[in-house]
Design a protein around this ligand. Structure first.
Ligand SMILES: [Zn+2]
Length: 286
């Protein structure tokens, strides 16, 4: 599943390749994504220039010159491919390990002058929406909490939020209304660095523990963006090499490995919390 750092890198690549370009044509091969594409989807996009591209949490927003916003989310398995028309489907400008465009599941095509942006998604949990005007865009994102790297994700905010929450801290961190953009992989890592058990109730966290949690949330995400994403499922950075954050996972997928904390002789265990794989060291994560 693409996580926030991957989405950030996709955004950066799109800025390089398609910002300020006109969408000449849109080809819809399958409109049955997570939400069925609206009937006027093509019409709203075609012949418009992409004035700006930005990211809100794990959503990418294309701002058009007709004051509409095309918002998309990659879901579980969505990938964006940038293909130069002349180069026979070689996606050397994309971020995925295969240098070729996949043969199946290319549901959407945005055609620009010399380049095409293709949306591929085998599981079709991703989606595209269009909003008219900034207010309706804002309204859609109103429920999202701050991003881990934003200033408003601070001790005051987190402390207040956790005060009466009996839910375990792992599920709280995955709740996008509390903090937006953290997915399962990074939450496992953040809890390891913070020395917190994923099963601990949110309201049981002490002041110092909350401070650590905030610090490592910011650090982990910033570091992952720098390293070019986690390389989970084919993900590679813009230069075509795999992201190498996964080489430095401390607990994620490290079941039965020795704990990597200094002076800890524990072993990483795996269990499921709300159906999501959870990895941690019982000895040093309390
Ligand atoms: Zn340990």
């Amino acid at each position: 599943m693409p996580e926030l750092p991957e989405v950030e890198i996709v955004k950066k690549s799109l800025i390089k390749k398609i910002k300020s370009r006109k969408i000449k044509r849109v080809i819809i091969r399958n409109s049955n994504l997570r939400f069925k594409l609206k009937k006027n989807f093509r019409k709203k996009l075609e012949n418009n220039i992409i004035n700006n591209i930005f990211r809100i949490s794990k959503y990418i927003v294309l701002e058009l010159n007709n004051k509409s916003y095309c918002v998309f989310h990659l879901g579980m398995s969505g990938t964006i491919h940038l293909v130069y028309k002349k180069k026979n489907n070689i996606t050397n400008t994309s971020f995925y390990s295969s240098p070729f465009l996949p043969k199946k599941h290319n549901h959407l095509e945005f055609i620009f002058d010399k380049i095409k942006m293709i949306y591929n998604d085998p599981r079709r949990f991703g989606f595209f929406l269009i909003f008219k005007g900034r207010d309706s865009l804002k309204k859609y994102f109103l429920k999202l909490g701050p991003e881990p790297t934003s200033k408003s994700f601070d001790i005051k905010y987190v402390k207040k939020y956790l005060k009466n929450r009996n839910k375990n801290i792992k599920n709280i961190l995955l709740d996008q209304r509390f903090v937006s953009g953290l997915g399962n992989i990074y939450v496992n890592e953040i809890l390891f660095y913070s020395k917190l058990s994923p099963l601990k109730a949110g309201c049981k966290l002490k002041h110092k523990e909350i401070k650590n949690l905030i610090k490592f949330s910011k650090k982990t995400i910033t570091k992952a963006i720098k390293k070019g994403g986690s390389s989970i499922q084919n993900f590679t950075n813009t230069s075509g090499t795999k992201g190498h954050f996964q080489n430095s996972f401390k607990v994620y997928n490290q079941e039965q490995e020795k704990c990597r904390s200094a002076y800890c002789d524990g072993t990483i265990v795996k269990l499921f919390i709300s159906n999501r794989s959870t990895f941690f060291c019982k000895k040093c994560q309390k």
